[in-house]
Ligand binder design. Structure first.
Ligand code: TYD
Length: 235
């Protein structure tokens, strides 16, 4: 292997048609929300609070976390986060994608078809930030693979909880997993990835200052989510 990562060959090939139709979101009535950000940004707490608030307002809600949430996804999550076995960034990228494809097929898509609000703890943008910016896989390649692995499903609203790496690390006041044990430089790159790549979703992405208190962040999230739900219901 030579040093540095090669440019993906896809850049010199004609685009290959997607072998199945991308999912037509206009045929479903549900709303897809995802929360993302570096480890320690507080998104798991905020996912719970958001789901509780939505349920309190009468919305049927499905929550999920990526990776995980299905039989295969839970096994992949264990391999990805707990196993000390070395793996290439390429393999890691594809395992995260595999878990996500299952999650969409078994959990997210059926819930959206039922008209529910789906709150996902992480989604595709995490792979772009962690495996792309963090581990050197070409971000465009990840978007391309992701488009196929997700059937083109993009959240109606993505909330990126942003905060300095040092603050996030101080909040991880517990034993860390494989990913969390990576150094601050890694997480600086990942943070940059979230901030620079979010716009490529081509759907609303809001960056929220996660140094605020839990309640203040929750307020910001509620405001952003209300806007999307009002648009969806045509009010
Ligand atoms: P998370 O569920 O936020 O961890 P925890 O429940 O322990 O707070 O995310 C799991 C880890 O996996 C986290 O370090 C981010 C990483 N990750 C990736 O590297 N790529 C991905 O595509 C995803 C979804 C997560």
């Amino acid at each position: 292997m030579t040093s540095g990562r090669r440019e993906p060959e896809a850049q010199v090939r004609e685009p290959v048609p997607v072998p199945f139709p991308l999912w037509d979101r206009t045929a479903t009535s549900g709303t897809f929300l995802s929360l993302d950000g570096i480890d320690g940004c507080g998104k798991s707490t905020q996912c719970r609070k958001l789901a509780d608030w939505l349920r309190g307002r009468g919305y049927p809600v499905t929550t999920c976390r990526d990776p995980g949430g299905t039989a295969l996804g839970d096994q992949l999550r264990t391999i990805l986060l707990d196993s000390a076995h070395p793996r290439t960034p390429e393999a890691e990228t594809l395992l995260f994608m595999a878990s996500r494809a299952e999650l969409i097929a078994e959990v997210i898509r059926p819930a959206l078809d039922r008209g529910e609000v789906v709150v996902s703890d992480r989604y595709l943008l995490s792979t772009v930030a962690y495996q792309g910016y963090g581990k050197g896989i070409n971000p465009q390649l990840i978007w391309n693979i992701g488009r196929e692995a997700t059937y083109g499903l993009v959240p109606d609203l993505t909330l990126v909880l942003d905060l300095p790496v040092a603050v996030a690390r101080a909040r991880l006041n517990r034993p860390v997993d494989r990913m969390e044990s990576l150094g601050d430089e890694f997480f600086e790159r990942v943070r940059k990835g979230f901030l620079q790549e979010a716009r490529f979703y081509l759907r609303p992405v809001r960056v929220i200052d996660a140094t605020q208190s839990v309640e203040a962040v929750h307020e910001c999230i509620k405001q952003e989510v209300s806007r999307v739900l009002e648009t969806d219901s045509g009010t």
